[in-house]
Design a protein around this ligand. Structure first.
Ligand code: ATP
Ligand code: MG
Ligand code: MG
Ligand code: MG
Length: 467
């Protein structure tokens, strides 16, 4: 039955408290004493030292709702129904205490008893060789074997270099045929939005010595992660994450400012969803102490803000507006994150400043482009000029092309893309020396952010074509 996002969070945490877990607040988005990761991207990330044994956990059973940022998913945001750069991850953790039997039984109890999800809509994936998990799910928990799916290493074995690792098992919700891609191969693990992965249970039971020799751990661990917005999406029966109760109110605010109705047009819907996502991630990042800059986390923040501002332009908004939307983000989240209210003035100031700079820069870019157009007889803008516009003045290539086409001109796109690639290679090489490694999962963050300069917009076009 319909349950609000805030109620779902509470139901989950109190359920695991009733199973002996200690409830901890979300850790900040900036990792502490860990330079392998730019931003916290899962519930387990801030607890690595409890898993490795370096630090003793306050209790062997812990449950949290963790703020997460996943910039590697940025190109999917607004396109799929289920990805955000910001989301909350619910998790229950066992540090050498309970294992597979309890973790799966409680997950099943929470879904089918507490939330009363219909079992016939649920599917379970396991790692192909994990017969133990198959037996537990089907015999102990009573899952219909026809709802069990075995998947390969890539999806269902959790491992980052050497160290603790193990198979995982995911719970999928079947949202029905209308969300399917229609391909004959469509099923659990398909990339479309029909079977949505809601919960991932990781069974950390081996130690990899670095040469792929696996020895069983004496005290295996449990690490689970479930996207709160995904759970709410499924429970509320809405199309995508951005229509979940609390998130939807943010999108409505943007829709009012832009005077654009959600649902009127696929292209503007993508922009509405992207802005909704990015304003959530940036509000939380600033609240946790990230400041705009040209490197690291600050660079991620700056790019997200610029991208949101650009999508605002695409919706026809011609003035800074993001700081106003922050009010709604805070209103919708302050019950769980009261610090947002305390930092409200600071968050809005940072965003307003960045946005004003963005507008100044893009106006300079307009002036430059018009100047080039006036001065030249050529019909093709050089890749170098297009790159300068994109890199220095924040012009997406599509915007450059649009302006040029009004003057009967085009752009040397091949050269432009070669220059973008070249810049990305240089950035990657310089980061290699910075020594970030292992457990990371987001070492490509900056690449992905850089790519959004144009890939994001290409992605948008692709969707528009599909519909
Ligand atoms: P997917 O395959 O759908 O990209 P994932 O396998 O990358 O998800 P995990 O790393 O297993 O995700 O994270 C645990 C849970 O967190 C997922 O089962 C999902 O519910 C949620 N989640 C992961 N990525 C996102 C995201 N970008 N936005 C919202 N929720 C997410
Ligand atoms: Mg993913
Ligand atoms: Mg997955
Ligand atoms: Mg997963």
């Amino acid at each position: 039955q319909w349950t609000g996002l805030n109620d779902l969070r509470e139901k989950y945490l109190s359920f695991f408290e009733s199973k002996g877990h200690l409830r901890l607040p979300s850790f900040p988005l900036i990792p502490k004493d860990d330079n392998s990761l730019l931003l916290i991207n899962s519930g387990m990330a801030p607890m690595k030292k409890y898993f490795t044994g370096e630090v003793t956990p306050p209790r062997k059973r812990v449950t949290t709702c963790q703020k997460c940022i996943r910039t590697p998913d940025i190109e999917r945001v607004g396109i799929t129904a289920r990805h955000g750069t910001f989301f909350e991850m619910l998790g229950n953790f066992s540090f050498g205490d309970y294992f597979k039997k309890e973790a799966t039984a409680w997950a099943w109890e929470f879904f089918t008893k507490v939330l009363e999800m219909p079992a016939d809509r649920l599917y379970i994936s396991i790692y192909q060789d994990d017969d133990e998990a198959f037996d537990i799910w089907t015999k102990q928990n009573g899952v219909d074997p026809s709802h069990m799916v075995r998947l390969g290493r890539e999806d269902n074995f959790w491992e980052h270099g050497s160290g603790p690792c193990g198979p995982c098992s995911e719970i999928y919700f079947d949202r029905g045929e209308k969300y399917g891609c229609g391909k004959p191969t469509c099923g659990v693990g398909c990339d479309c939005d029909r079977y949505v992965e809601v919960w991932n249970l990781v069974f950390t039971q081996f130690e990899n010595d670095g040469n792929n020799n696996y020895t069983p751990l004496d005290h295996p661990n449990i690490d689970t992660g479930m996207g709160l917005e995904r759970l709410a999406c499924v429970m509320q029966g809405v199309d995508n994450l951005f229509l979940v109760d609390t998130v939807q109110n943010i999108m409505k605010h943007i829709s009012r400012i832009a005077n654009v109705q959600y649902g009127a047009d696929e292209k503007s819907d993508v922009s509405l969803r992207v802005i909704t996502d990015h304003i959530r991630s940036t509000t939380f990042m600033i609240s946790d102490g990230v400041m705009p800059s040209n490197e690291g986390r600050g660079y991620v923040l700056r790019r997200l803000l610029r991208r949101a501002a650009r999508h605002g332009r695409l919706l026809g908004i011609n003035h800074p507006f993001l700081a106003d939307v922050v009010d709604t983000v805070i209103h919708e989240n302050e019950c769980a994150y009261p610090e947002l209210r305390e930092k409200s003035a600071m968050i809005k100031k940072v965003i307003a400043f960045e946005e004003e700079n963005f507008y100044k820069t893009i106006d300079k870019g307009f002036a430059l482009l018009n100047d080039i157009i006036d001065r030249t007889d050529a019909k093709v803008l050089s890749g170098e000029d297009a790159f300068l516009l994109s890199d220095t003045f924040g012009f997406p290539i599509d915007l450059t092309k649009e302006i040029l086409s009004e003057k009967g001109m085009s752009v040397d796109e091949d050269r432009f893309r070669a220059l973008v690639l070249q810049q990305r290679e240089t950035a990657r090489a310089s980061r290699k020396n910075a020594g970030a490694d292992a457990w990371a999962g987001d070492s490509d963050v900056l690449d992905d952010i850089a790519k959004t300069e144009f890939v994001g917009y290409t992605g948008m076009k692709a969707t528009a074509k599909v519909t």
